[in-house]
Ligand binder design. Structure first.
Ligand SMILES: Cc1cc2nc3c(=O)[nH]c(=O)nc-3n(C[C@H](O)[C@H](O)[C@H](O)COP(=O)(O)O)c2cc1C
Length: 173
């Protein structure tokens, strides 16, 4: 099996991280994987904001999430790095492009032996009343909005990939 297929097969969401930080090289590899993702019409409209796991804005977002946050753990699971992806609100393919980019990052993390978890749970907080503050602090360009985020770090626990029902999900005509 190719290394690419192995990474796709092995990736699963990591919700427990060690305190070990990413090296600059690891972070650079993850960001490069995001930048190498295709975008519709090659528009390259996505922006990647990198935050350390102790960035005050993460705690502010957590607070804004209110009841959506898990009571026992912060939404980034104490991962040492969180990458927030923003994109042009008015481009019709932004959400699809962000989804492709975030999976590229998740697969790159897996191939480096790192864990990751894609984070959508902050969306409502990012789109809510506090958006102006968050967008400014996260340096979103004008007209940009939150799309998706991903937490990355060293796995403290392994989780099996999800199972699926091929007969339900696939139709071959
Ligand atoms: C768009 C999207 C948003 C997600 N948001 C969250 C999230 O906010 N918090 C979380 O713990 N997991 C989140 N996940 C991870 C999913 O729960 C996870 O991918 C799914 O349960 C399948 O498990 P696996 O990734 O281990 O295969 C998200 C995944 C996707 C694709």
């Amino acid at each position: 099996m190719s290394e690419t297929l192995k990474s796709i097969e092995r990736r699963s969401s990591t919700r427990s991280y060690t305190a070990e930080k990413l090296t600059p090289e690891e972070l650079d590899t993850l960001l490069t994987a995001g930048l190498q993702a295709p975008t519709a019409t090659n528009r390259q409209e996505l922006r990647f904001t990198v935050l350390p796991g102790d960035a005050p804005i993460l705690f502010d977002i957590q607070e804004a999430m209110g009841g959506r946050a898990r009571p026992t753990m912060n939404f980034w699971y104490d991962a040492p790095t969180v990458i927030v992806i923003s994109g042009e609100r008015d481009f019709r393919w932004t959400a699809v492009d962000a989804g492709i980019a975030v999976e590229n990052i998740a697969l790159a993390a897996e191939s480096l032996g790192l864990g990751s978890v894609i984070l959508g749970c902050l969306k409502a907080a990012m789109d809510g009343d506090a958006t102006g503050n968050f967008a400014g602090t996260l340096r979103f360009p004008e007209g940009y909005g939150f799309q998706i985020a991903v937490a990355v770090g060293h796995k403290a626990a392994d989780k099996e990939p999800h199972t699926y029902d091929r007969t339900k999900q696939v139709t071959v005509l």
